[in-house]
Ligand binder design. Structure first.
Ligand code: FAD
Ligand code: NAD
Length: 479
């Protein structure tokens, strides 16, 4: 280890590890400091995403979906099984193996690219210099030409439901239950609440979701949010809107949760309670008082469009800076900063960040909603296509949902695409590519799609913008 680097990155989540790898690929002498310890107590790379976020949650979502299909749908397909049951210990072991494989993969990528991994805590000093405190051993000061801060985020906590790690947990605790709770409360009908509520609901919990807002998924297309809510309720999630949690009590091995809605105060009793009410930037101990980096009014590291902080040569990326808290957004910011340090002109297109909720069916979107466009006074055309008219979706017995394409009324440029349906997380990439290339609905309509495929629903919705959809009756006049 040297004590002088071209770049020191603090945080090895998706934003930090991507920045570090790209810096090293570009010939910069790079170290990456991370303080996370994995399940075994050893240092781990990959941050929230690989250890306690995207990957373990998707491992549980995929297994629980297979389980629910085997239990509820196989009979209808003509597949006979005995009684289907789940062994949570094996499910969790497999999740741990997936996480270990991927976090080990980051270690291997660091080695292969020459990134120096430093296990411990980093703190930005003036200069820029970084104080590095290893897990055991004395702290030392690293000189660096540039520093990239990527400290990520942690769960928001609320006063009425203090976490106790056993009965009241955050998303991390909810990824580690050792048995299926008979009854489960979830606070927050956001991404985490719906994904983890779905996991445990499919495994057999009676799930009640308490959401303070009156609108379900306010960031989504209104029709898609309404349809998604109905489908999730049909799967057994008891979603109570306008329900503000005001207190909780753990007694005799269960949790009493008190909440208020328009009709007054109520309470529910559950075996476990997940608090999924958002995440906040994690900057504790990160910044020396005189380091020159400022926070914005919500506690995020303040950066410009190019992720530069107020301190010279110091950049910040990922969940700890403005914008959606998504792994791929952080990764792209990491690449942008690395390439700009190497003299390139890379930028992040914040108008083309896809979002996905991995329920079944999945919800995915990119760009703007009809409601946003209307409130901005913009004129647009809309094409929709239901999966119920897709041959591939019907063949797969997976035909709930729809695709909606929104295009500018004058230029036909695609402004937003909203999908509720099977593999929406994959389908949305087509819309992102079209939008990144400034494509029009006509461009997508003139593109050939394989038949039969779920992608044809994107094609047909794009054709529908001008009233040309072939496999459904068009409401608009053909031209
Ligand atoms: P993080 O992944 O949080 O990593 C930051 C790292 O920095 C951590 O390892 C932390 O220990 C370390 N660190 C912080 N401060 C210091 C310091 N001073 N010194 C040393 N190390 C430090 N996003 C998606 O896009 N798709 C999903 O499907 C998805 N699913 C999710 C599911 C769950 C349950 C959760 C909680 C999140 C999910 N997310 C998902 C969000 C995603 O995990 C985050 O957007 C992403 O991890 C942010 O990356 P990051 O690199 O900014 O920070
Ligand atoms: P969120 O902001 O998506 O949802 C939180 C919900 O909790 C909101 O609907 C909010 O109104 C509600 N809420 C807040 N306080 C409440 C209270 N006191 N009582 C009842 N409801 C309350 O946040 P999240 O679901 O915790 O997710 C955090 C972040 O992690 C998100 O920014 C998300 O982008 C990221 N994430 C992404 C994915 C994915 O990409 N699939 C998955 C999980 C998490």
């Amino acid at each position: 280890m040297t004590d002088k680097y071209d770049v020191v990155v603090i945080g090895a989540g998706p934003a930090g590890y991507t920045a570090a790898i790209r810096c090293a690929q570009l010939g910069l002498n790079t170290a990456c400091i991370d303080k996370s310890l994995g399940e075994s107590g050893d240092p781990t790379l990959g941050g929230t995403c690989l250890n306690w976020g995207c990957i373990p949650s998707k491992a549980l979502l995929d297994v629980s979906h297979k389980f629910a299909e085997a239990r509820d749908s196989f009979k209808g397909f003509g597949i006979k099984t005995g009684k289907v049951s789940v062994d949570i210990k094996t499910v969790m072991q497999r999740k741990t193996e997936v996480v270990a494989k991927l976090t080990g993969g980051i270690s291997a990528l660091f080695k292969a690219n020459g990134v120096i991994a430093l296990a411990g805590t980093g703190r930005l000093l003036t200069g820029p210099r970084v104080e590095y405190a290893p897990h055991d051993g004395a702290a030392q000061v690293l000189e660096s030409t540039h520093v990239i801060l990527a400290p990520g985020s942690v769960s928001t906590q609320i006063e009425p439901t203090p976490l106790d790690g056993e009965f009241i947990v955050d998303s991390t605790g909810a990824l580690e239950f050792d048995s299926v709770p008979a009854t489960l409360g979830v606070i927050g009908a956001g991404v985490i609440g719906l994904e983890l509520g779905s996991v445990w609901g499919r495994f057999g919990s009676d799930v009640v979701v308490l959401e303070a807002l009156d609108d379900f998924l306010p960031m989504c297309d209104r029709r898609i949010a309404r349809d998604a809510k109905k489908l999730l309720e049909a799967q057994g999630l008891d979603i109570r809107m306008g329900a503000r949690v005001v207190g909780s009590k753990v007694e005799n091995g269960s949790v009493e949760v008190r909440y208020q809605d328009n009709e007054g105060e109520h309470s529910v009793h559950v075996d476990k309670l997940i608090v999924g009410v958002g995440r906040i930037p994690y900057t504790e101990g990160l910044l020396a008082p005189d380091c020159g980096v400022n926070l914005d009014e919500r506690g995020f590291l303040y950066v410009n469009d190019l992720c530069a902080t107020d301190a010279p040569h110091v950049y910040a990326v990922g969940d700890a800076v403005r914008g959606p808290m998504l792994a791929h957004k952080g990764m792209d910011e990491g690449v942008m900063v690395a390439e700009r340090l190497a003299g390139q002109k890379t930028m992040v297109n914040y108008d083309c960040v896809p979002s996905v909720i991995y329920t079944h069916p999945e919800v995915a979107w990119v760009g703007r909603t009809e409601a946003e466009l209307k409130s901005d006074g913009e004129k647009f055309n809309v094409g929709t296509f239901p999966f119920a008219a897709s041959g591939r979706a019907l063949a797969a017995h997976d035909s709930d949902g729809m695709v909606k394409v929104i295009a500018d009324a004058e230029t036909d440029r695609i402004l937003g695409v909203h999908i509720l349906g099977p593999q929406a997380s994959e389908l949305i990439a087509q819309a992102v590519i079209a939008m990144e290339f400034n494509g029009s609905a006509e461009d997508l309509g003139l593109t050939m799609f394989a038949h039969p495929s779920l992608s044809e629903a994107v094609h047909e919705a794009a054709l529908g913008v001008a009233g040309h959809a072939v496999h459904m009756v068009n409401r608009k006049k053909r031209n």
